[in-house]
Design a binder for this molecule. Structure first.
Ligand SMILES: CC(C)(COP(=O)(O)OP(=O)(O)OC[C@H]1O[C@@H](n2cnc3c(N)ncnc32)[C@H](O)[C@@H]1OP(=O)(O)O)[C@@H](O)C(=O)NCCC(=O)NCCS
Length: 291
């Protein structure tokens, strides 16, 4: 090998090192820009203290105390074994922007009932990027999770408080916004969104007495997943499944986690279930929501 050749190969090696450093630098810049400038959705995990604390702050800020379970009870499920004892998958998705939580979406899936419930969804109204993107990103994520992980899921359900006389303009817009977002979810899933036509009652919160938080009249919303054909009704048995899932697996279970004094609450839940059992017709109408 001539001296010239040796110099040349050294030169090439140096150039290659410089190019790979530049490459790494560009990748690092792109990664930083992506992390800082684009919102992303992650599952909240036990031990992720920073995001858990930010989630709790946003959750307590956005949901009226009358309608939410205390934050220690909502985060108890981050330990997946809590739900597993009841064959439930309980997860909280958060949307982060600049690595800060700006939105959340909580789901509960029952492996027994094959029903997915969405109890809470909220965004940081002061973070413009969140206002524009967070809900859409979280619902996109949920769509993928339903299609890939909960393939046996029969239906998605959620509650919306009924409009009231004293609702402020803002509360009305929030209720409409929720319906709009869930209509979008049903479209993404290529399914219809219905209201189950019953006088649905959201039980008093498991951590409060009936007097502290009287039961709330809600719209019980329903997206059937097993058919994309338009439906007119559900059988009473199917409606009772949805109600039992919500009352027993969600509300009553929360009560059991919150206190040892569950007897009165269990009786109260049984009383509500019996009322439906007694009053529902064999066929219950489904009211389609405008797409
Ligand atoms: C439901 C929600 C995610 C929809 O937000 P959105 O996609 O921004 O909807 P819109 O842009 O149509 O806004 C609807 C209204 O909600 C208001 N809003 C948005 N985020 C809000 C928040 N975190 N707290 C209070 N009001 C909020 C908006 O200001 C708007 O009111 P306006 O029409 O008087 O200006 C949002 O309203 C929210 O986070 N609400 C608080 C949590 C909540 O109540 N969730 C439902 C029960 S689980």
């Amino acid at each position: 090998m001539t001296l010239n050749n040796i110099y040349n190969s050294q030169y090439i090696a140096e150039i290659a090192t410089i190019l790979s450093l530049i490459n790494m630098f560009i990748l690092f810049v792109l990664w930083t820009v992506k992390t800082l400038c684009y919102p992303k959705v992650i599952v909240l995990k036990k031990g992720d203290t920073r995001h858990i604390n930010e989630f709790i702050d946003l959750y307590t800020d956005t949901i009226d105390p009358d309608y939410r379970i205390p934050s220690d009870l909502i985060t108890i499920y981050l330990d997946q074994s809590v739900g597993q004892s009841r064959n439930l998958v309980d997860m909280i998705y958060v949307c982060t922007y600049k690595n800060t939580v700006c939105g959340y979406l909580k789901i509960v899936y029952s492996n027994d009932y094959k029903i997915l419930f969405i109890p809470y969804m909220g965004i940081d109204r002061y973070e413009q990027k969140a206002r524009n993107k967070a809900v859409t990103l979280m619902l996109n994520k949920l769509t993928k999770v339903i299609e890939k992980r909960f393939i046996d899921c029969n239906s998605v359900v959620f509650e919306i408080e009924k409009p009231k006389h004293l609702d402020t303009k803002n509360i009305v817009s929030q209720k409409i916004a929720r319906i709009r977002h869930f209509t979008k979810l049903s479209k993404k899933l290529d399914r219809f969104l219905y209201k189950i036509d019953i006088d649905y009652i959201q039980p008093s919160m498991p951590t409060e007495t009936e007097d502290e938080h009287p039961e709330e009249k809600c719209l019980l919303m329903y997206i059937p997943l097993k058919t994309s054909t338009k439906m007119n009704h559900l059988n009473k048995k199917e409606v009772m499944q949805v109600i039992s899932f919500l009352y027993k697996k969600v509300y009553q279970f929360q009560k059991e986690l919150a206190s040892h004094d569950v007897d009165i609450y269990c009786k109260y839940i049984d009383k509500l279930i019996n009322k439906y059992e007694k009053n529902l017709h064999q066929k219950v109408n489904l009211i389609e929501f405008i797409k």
